[in-house]
Design a binder for this molecule. Structure first.
Ligand SMILES: [Zn+2]
Length: 116
């Protein structure tokens, strides 16, 4: 009589508990790294890219945004392939437009302060 395996590997390659369906990497991070529950928007990244490697040293808690950005940098198009937007990766043109608007805003408020 072998013991029932408590975990299984899901279609994306993550190890999950059979009973709760919770990702083992998330559970480990909560129990041994954070000592608290993961907050909304926090994800557990596998540093070596191997979701089967749940060594604590291979797990890194990050915000979803930072995580998406990291993967996008490593392999451009990752966000698109995973159906997530990557706010950290702003196109240069968008950045320049943003800076221009900020400067215009500053100028306008400076002009306003000079009036009267
Ligand atoms: Zn990751």
């Amino acid at each position: 009589m072998g013991r029932e395996k408590k975990t299984f590997v899901d279609s994306k390659g993550y190890v999950r508990f059979r009973d709760s369906g919770k990702g083992v990497h998330r559970w480990l991070a909560e129990k041994h790294i954070l000592h608290r529950r993961l907050r909304q928007g926090e994800v557990v990244h596998h540093r070596d890219g191997n979701p089967l490697n749940n060594d604590l040293g291979n797990l890194q808690v990050m915000t979803a945004d930072a995580h998406n950005e990291l993967h996008e940098r490593r392999s451009p198009g990752w966000g698109r392939r995973h159906g997530v937007s990557v706010p950290g990766v702003v196109s240069e043109r968008a950045l320049k437009t943003l800076i221009r608007w900020l400067l215009i805003g500053l100028l306008l408020s400076w002009l306003a302060s000079q009036g009267g």
